[in-house]
Design a protein around this ligand. Structure first.
Ligand code: AMP
Length: 399
């Protein structure tokens, strides 16, 4: 990963600082129901204000598809933003076609206040990375700070084009994220183990391919492991399985051999006959699977095998649950391994990095979301990072 600039590299005093945030917050009945994304922005806002700058926040909110949609106005975030920052927030409504009026309002905003601009996606140029829209945005500020890793995989006007028009740097949350990811796959403490689970191989082929050359061991769990087991000649019965990807699975296993990356597949399974919570289940070895059953979790021997692999590792990168963790008792594998990784992290023996929507939910369910070295809540951006892709919003901050 290239070096990137941070807030420390910008002169903020007396400057208007455009801050690209991710305020795509959950809302119900006109109120923000979870302010995590606002909370994550606080260190950046506080640093800018302390150094005498004025933050001007830019964010998308929902998918208005380039049109002004009243119930996707970012004004909804103002009360929570004021409460959490203890500062006055000036909301500037604009459809982004002409920002002269917005500029007049920026000039009138009281000193030391925070300015929040209307949803960037109200203009079609946002998602097209339109240069003219980025230029209109650039006129509002002196510097640009991107604090939205979760939106950095998209080359949009406010995440990419704009970064080239002003002195640009990563905000504190973006900085923390990039530094954590660097520890995961950039310059990790070896051996590195990756744990990839979730429903389907098809959504994670690029992740698996990229990891093969970078990690020492790759644990494959969840529904996607069934495709690998099937490709190895195991009868997976009625389990979720992408049989058409058997060749892909075999190719990945062959390449792992060439790359000297150990592939760790389940050696036993928890099988049920209904996909529902508390469905009756049994544990089977792979040579004696029930043809009418569905593998919904890794079995106890697999859990011990994965624990052993974690004992050998210094760094863990994890995306995707090991089983159908939403349905107890099929959360056992995911919960046990999450808690074990948290224990080893606490003991200073493991650097643990995890990310992706379902993975964050699984770690929260296991009660260890705050006990990993770093948990990324970015979904698409985290996966693209695991695929080894250059994220346009990050590339634009290169030092
Ligand atoms: P993903 O979004 O690809 O990370 O997939 C997460 C989903 O995979 C979760 O909803 C899990 O319930 C599901 N999943 C994990 N293991 C299995 C399995 N063995 N059978 C069916 N679904 C599974």
């Amino acid at each position: 990963m290239a070096q990137f600039k941070t807030l420390d590299d910008l002169d903020l005093s007396g400057k208007r600082v455009l801050v690209r945030a991710d305020l795509n917050v959950p809302v119900a009945d006109g109120r923000v129901t979870d302010a995590t994304r606002i909370e994550r922005l606080l260190p950046t806002l506080s640093d800018i204000i302390t150094q005498g700058g004025t933050p001007i926040i830019l964010s998308h909110f929902g998918r208005p598809k380039g049109e002004v949609v009243a119930d996707m106005s970012l004004e909804v975030a103002v009360p929570e933003l004021e409460r959490l920052t203890n500062q006055q927030v000036t909301f500037i409504d604009t459809d982004w076609t002409d920002t002269d009026v917005a500029w007049g309002l920026v000039l009138k905003a009281p000193p030391k206040s925070i300015i929040l601009m209307q949803n960037t996606r109200f203009h079609p140029g946002e998602e097209k990375n339109d240069a003219a829209l980025a230029a209109r945005m650039a006129k509002l500020g002196d510097n640009y700070v991107n604090d939205a890793f979760s939106a950095a995989h998209r080359a949009h006007a406010s995440t990419e084009a704009l970064a080239h028009l002003l002195p640009a740097a990563a905000g504190r949350a973006m900085q923390a994220e990039l530094e954590a990811l660097q520890k995961g796959l950039g310059e990790p403490k070896r051996p590195v183990i990756a744990l990839v689970g979730g429903a389907k191989v098809s959504s994670k082929i690029d992740v698996l391919e990229h990891l093969l050359g970078r990690v020492d061991a790759l644990v494959i769990g969840g529904g996607m492991a069934n495709t690998f087991l099937h490709a190895s000649g195991v009868d997976v019965g009625k389990s979720l399985c992408e049989k058409d990807l058997a060749d892909t699975a075999r190719r990945i296993m062959d390449r792992a051999g060439e790359e000297q990356c150990a592939i760790i597949l389940p050696v036993d399974a928890t099988v049920a006959w209904h996909f529902e919570a508390n469905a009756p289940s049994r544990q089977y070895g792979l040579d004696a699977m029930d043809k009418d059953g569905m593998i919904l979790d890794v079995g106890p021997a697999s859990i011990e095998r994965i624990k052993g692999a974690l004992d050998d590792a210094h760094t863990l990168v994890w995306n995707g649950p090991l089983g159908a963790f939403e349905l107890p008792p099929f959360d056992t594998g995911t919960v046990t391994i999450a808690q074990y990784a948290a224990e080893r992290t606490k003991a200073g023996k493991l650097v643990s990095i995890a990310g992706g929507g379902d993975t964050v939910a699984a770690l929260a369910h296991a009660g260890v979301k705050n006990q990993f070295t770093y948990v990324s809540t970015a979904g698409g951006a985290f996966l693209e990072w695991m695929e080894g892709k250059t994220l346009p919003g990050v590339a634009a901050l290169s030092a």
